[in-house]
Design a binder for this molecule. Structure first.
Ligand SMILES: Nc1ncnc2c1ncn2[C@@H]1O[C@H](COP(=O)(O)OP(=O)(O)O)[C@@H](O)[C@H]1O
Ligand SMILES: [Mg+2]
Length: 359
């Protein structure tokens, strides 16, 4: 178990910052996901923690010790990359044992630790297989075992399952979560997939352009996004551009109370917070498409200005394509210049709000 502290870390490549003044503390046994679009600095940050890249500024501490300038092999960290880089001329056992041979441990202890690591990742009987005879998922399990066998204090995973199909990815991430909790190992997990972050993380760090947009537990990130970027990046979100004047939104379809200074505003509402009512007003929207997901239906509503909104309704709702509907925001956020300036309190139960016609 270990405590990781990243303080004001930056990384310059030429004249551009890949990571800029980044700070984060990860507690003993905590799993934090770094989530952000491609190019937001996630890998660079992880590589600096693992010692594969030297920061341009700032410090990285693990427990009491400053590891900022230590090479990877002198840090108590283990890293798993997206592409596993296993040795193809060695069997699974020796791939995992390789790192242990360097510190010159007795043979019996090497055997025991490798077998424990293999069992941990569900490959107990695969020690003598060549790595070329493994599926992609099995290869990533070996890569994970190779890190775990060194008993790192901090585990660093950089999109380890990104190349695998969805079902396998979901299964492996659940296994990683189980192993991580069983060992109580402090973990940073990089992903660009919001589902992965929501499923895995104790806390999520949303990154953009090398900076932190928000750090919070998954349920807070979803329900209380602090920036328009986070609101749009996590889950589905409807955005409507308008202006506030005298505390009211000027958009004719959304004359909502917005207690903010006069000026441009971006209204935002989740599909489950968007209501739709049958309407014959001239600026009503039109139901363009309905997708039935079984647990709910997703309704695309086209507005006269060319924008499209998504409303989630109950699976037995009788909405039809072509219907004229008036959208409303059951609960909503107001952003200005990316920053949250107001959040309404939900006015209706989400399931109730999403129902257009009685069954
Ligand atoms: N070795 C490098 N040399 C120059 N630029 C780099 C290097 N590594 C990463 N970058 C740049 O730093 C930024 C962040 O990259 P990266 O950390 O790989 O992002 P992510 O992992 O979030 O996709 C990108 O703009 C990328 O092009
Ligand atoms: Mg990356």
């Amino acid at each position: 178990m270990a405590h990781l502290a990243i303080e004001g870390v930056s990384k310059l490549f030429g004249t551009t910052f890949a990571v800029r003044d980044f700070s984060l503390e990860v507690g003993d046994g905590e799993l934090v996901c770094l989530l952000g679009p491609s190019g937001s600095g996630k890998s660079t940050l992880l590589r600096m923690i693992g010692g594969f890249e030297r920061p341009s500024g700032g410090t990285i501490r693990i427990d009491a010790s400053d590891v900022t300038s230590l090479p990877p092999e002198r840090r108590p960290t283990g890293m798993v990359f997206q592409s596993h880089a296993l040795w193809t001329h060695m069997d699974v056992f020796n791939n995992i044992a390789f790192g242990l041979k360097l510190p010159r441990l007795p043979k019996s202890e090497i055997r025991e630790r490798v077998e424990n690591a293999l069992t941990l990742v569900g490959l107990g009987d695969y020690g003598r297989r060549m790595t070329t005879q493994l599926s992609g998922g099995q290869q990533q399990r070996v890569a994970l075992a190779r890190s775990l066998v060194l008993e790192p204090k901090v585990l660093l995973l950089d999109e380890p399952f990104a190349s695998l199909d969805q079902h396998l990815r979901e299964r492996l991430r659940e296994e990683v979560r189980d192993i991580q909790q069983r060992l109580g190992i402090t973990t940073l997990f990089v992903t660009h997939g919001q589902d992965e972050a929501l499923a895995l993380a104790d806390r999520i760090v949303v990154m953009r352009d090398g900076r932190t947009e928000q750090i919070a537990p998954p349920s807070i990130i979803y329900r209380q996004p602090q920036t328009a970027f986070v609101a749009g990046f996590i889950g589905s979100m409807n955005f409507v551009q308008s202006r506030a004047r005298n505390g009211v939104c000027e958009h004719p379809l959304f004359p909502l109370a917005v207690p903010v200074e006069d000026g441009p505003v971006t209204l935002a509402a989740r599909p489950e917070a968007l209501t739709i009512q049958l309407s014959d007003r001239p600026d009503a929207g039109t139901v363009h498409r309905i997708v039935d997901f079984g647990t709910h239906k997703m309704v695309d509503v086209d507005l006269a200005d060319g924008s499209r909104l998504k409303a989630m309704v109950a699976p037995d709702d009788r909405v039809r394509t072509g219907m004229r509907v008036e959208p409303g925001f059951g609960s909503f956020f107001v952003f200005r210049d990316n920053a949250l300036v107001h959040q309404s309190t939900p006015v209706k139960d989400a399931a109730e709000a999403g129902r257009l016609l009685p069954v």
